[in-house]
Design a protein. Structure first.
Length: 322
């Protein structure tokens, strides 16, 4: 069986690790592909930084800093301090020395003419990940945030420096109208037996993937059932500041509202199924009424067991008789 996950960031990384563990515990012959958000990538000090990809890469390789939730374990930051001293990198965006090695390699390959997809393959070949990652697109589609005064700033400045506290009116992926899905992403969707929407930020991690031209069409005609996992429990985000993003686009911070935002596939939306936490069991019946099969299960991914169990629940819902 082939599973394809769509998302990015820490929530996606934890879910994919859980899916990988579920596969190992149930026979280990299934294939896992991940279509990764590239819209929060950006350029710093002449280097191409890819936060969502790297969170997945390091977590799957077992070299991530689990306490901070980003970067490599056992980091030093001497180079970042020098870059800040020279004024070529913002002081609020610190990169570890090991992490910088990844960015230098990525940038060198991009400058040599490799596509983002080819760079993904090279970076992924260093460790036995048990997963194949594909960029949503090989084009640059960096997200910019439109502030209340009309000025745009890069998403990373709004997110990391200002902690999503600056009032915003919207999000724009520059150049997305000219982007096309990567070949790997399209093949992973068309060849999947199950498609899973990770508990990632619906607005800036999943949203940009869906906004790549032709991506929604590919999902609409996919034979595989599409099941999503809520990243919101009891009206609060599990991690990060997705609530600020949802408020900006006028969506309530709730598991039910996010499912409605994605929409029922039968009505032209995305989802066939949706998992909410047991604390949000009240959302099951309303979502079932609009055509989204919904189950309430434990969503907290505290360790390998709970993460694998959640992944198994998502797969079970996808494969349940319709």
């Amino acid at each position: 069986m082939r599973f394809t996950v769509i998302g990015g960031g820490v929530g996606c990384a934890r879910f994919v690790r859980g899916l990988r563990e579920h596969v190992r515990r149930t026979g280990g012959e299934d294939r896992i592909d991940v279509v990764v958000n590239t819209a929060d990538d950006w350029w710093v000090s002449g280097l191409r930084i890819a936060p969502d990809h790297d969170s997945l890469l390091y977590a799957l390789a077992g070299v991530n800093d689990a306490e901070r939730g980003w970067g490599r374990a056992g980091e030093t930051e001497r180079v970042s301090a020098e870059l800040a001293a020279w004024g070529t990198a913002p002081e609020w965006f610190t990169l570890g020395d090991l992490d910088l090695g990844t960015h230098i390699a990525r940038t060198a390959w991009l400058r040599a003419g490799l596509t983002v997809s080819e760079v993904y393959r090279r970076l992924g070949s260093r460790w036995d990940l048990g997963v194949t990652m594909h960029p949503a697109t090989d084009s640059e589609i960096d997200t910019h945030v439109i502030l209340a005064d009309g000025d745009p700033i890069h998403f990373q400045e709004w997110w990391v420096h200002h902690r999503a506290a600056l009032p915003a009116t919207g999000f724009v992926q520059r150049g997305i109208e000219r982007a096309v899905p990567s070949d790997g992403a399209l093949e992973a969707i068309s060849g999947a037996d199950v498609i899973l929407i990770a508990p990632s930020n619906p607005v800036v991690s999943v949203g940009p993937v869906l906004a790549v031209p032709e991506m929604r069409e590919a999902l609409a005609v996919a034979d595989a059932p599409i099941v999503g996992v809520s990243g919101i429990i009891s009206g609060a985000v599990v991690r990060g500041m997705a609530d600020a993003c949802l408020a900006t686009i006028g969506v309530e911070t709730s598991a039910e509202a996010v499912a409605e935002h994605y929409g029922a596939r039968a009505s032209g939306g995305l989802l066939d199924g949706w998992l909410v936490d047991e604390a949000d069991a009240g959302a099951v019946e309303p979502l079932e009424r609009i055509g989204i099969r919904t189950r309430a299960v434990p969503l907290w991914m505290r360790d390998a067991d709970t993460s694998a169990r959640l992944a198994g629940d998502a797969v079970a819902l996808a494969l349940a008789p319709r």
